[in-house]
Ligand binder design. Structure first.
Ligand SMILES: C[S@@+](CC[C@H](N)C(=O)[O-])C[C@H]1O[C@@H](n2cnc3c(N)ncnc32)[C@H](O)[C@@H]1O
Length: 273
């Protein structure tokens, strides 16, 4: 009798592109919800529009955008325009004192942060990059560098050596789980209240695992395709008692308005049926 062979299907390994696709779908589903949530949490509409328009109409932005278009091939790894506008608006409104970013390259994120500090007339930006060459910070306008401290060192060597508080953090250096996790953890330890932001959150699970571990509220404020270039934002030190009070107040106001509407216009109840 012929022996029956049992075929065991080998388990397919998860490839990085499958992971990216999954994260892309996830971020696409979440995109609008979390972006709108971020905007309404931090701004009223007029404020957001005011800061974004102020940026878009500036000569600084026009020059930066034309540099980006001109040097498109090299600039694709830089933080993208929508992410820049959102972070600019946040920095303008909340006026952080100490900002730390990792990864300078041509300096798109560096420029936008420095321009926001310049408009605020306060604050400093510390930028850490492992490398220094003629391309590094190429597009950072000279007149904005007064508020800039540049550190040339890999973040895994520099960060464990320093101990100061920051109000805003942006990761855009080496996108390995080890480096990303080390940077996020350092930022959290050195921040009382502010934002931990990260470019390319779709590269791996480091950002998602970090926010989950520390139970931080997070948003995807920009999800360009492919999603690994998306910008994630985690909030640190939100006063939960204030949030609870705010939610309670909103709930009471809604009920009050509903009752008022019903008392003034009892027919509205029938109309809706
Ligand atoms: C994606 S680019 C940064 C783009 C920049 N944020 C922008 O918006 O234009 C990545 C940068 O991270 C730097 N980098 C890579 N590994 C690093 C590390 N371990 N520590 C510090 N910087 C690192 C690279 O030298 C490169 O300049």
């Amino acid at each position: 009798m012929k022996k029956q062979r049992i075929k065991v299907k080998p388990k397919k390994p998860t490839r990085w592109w499958t992971k990216t696709r999954v994260l892309y779908q996830m971020s696409n589903e979440k995109k609008e919800a979390t972006f709108e949530e971020f905007k309404s949490k931090y701004f009223n509409k007029a404020e957001y529009d005011k800061y974004v328009n102020e940026l878009m109409e500036s000569d600084f932005w026009k020059k930066l955008s034309s540099n980006r278009k001109y040097n498109r091939y090299h600039c694709d790894s830089g933080i993208n325009p929508k992410a820049m506008r959102n972070l600019y608006a946040w920095i303008r409104k909340y006026k952080p004192n100490v900002l730390l970013e990792t990864g300078i390259k041509h300096g798109f994120s560096t420029s936008i942060f420095l321009y926001a500090l310049h408009s605020n007339k306060k604050g400093v930006l510390i930028s850490v990059d492992s490398w220094r060459d003629s391309d590094r910070g190429l597009y950072v306008p000279k007149e904005l560098t007064k508020r800039w401290i540049e550190i040339v060192c890999p973040t895994s060597l520099y960060l464990p050596l320093v101990d100061f508080n920051i109000d805003f953090f942006c990761h855009d250096s080496a996108h390995t789980v080890k480096d990303m996790t080390l940077e996020y953890e350092w930022a959290l330890k050195h921040m009382k209240k502010g934002l931990i932001t990260s470019h390319d959150v779709g590269t791996n699970n480091a950002f998602f695992d970090f926010v989950k571990k520390h139970n931080l509220k997070w948003y995807l404020v920009e999800t360009a395709a492919p999603a690994r270039f998306g910008l994630g934002v985690a909030e640190v030190g939100v006063d939960s008692s204030k949030t609870m009070l705010f939610n309670l107040f909103s709930f009471i106001t809604t009920i009050y308005n509903l009752i008022k509407e019903l008392l003034n216009n009892p027919q509205s109840l029938n109309k809706n049926k």
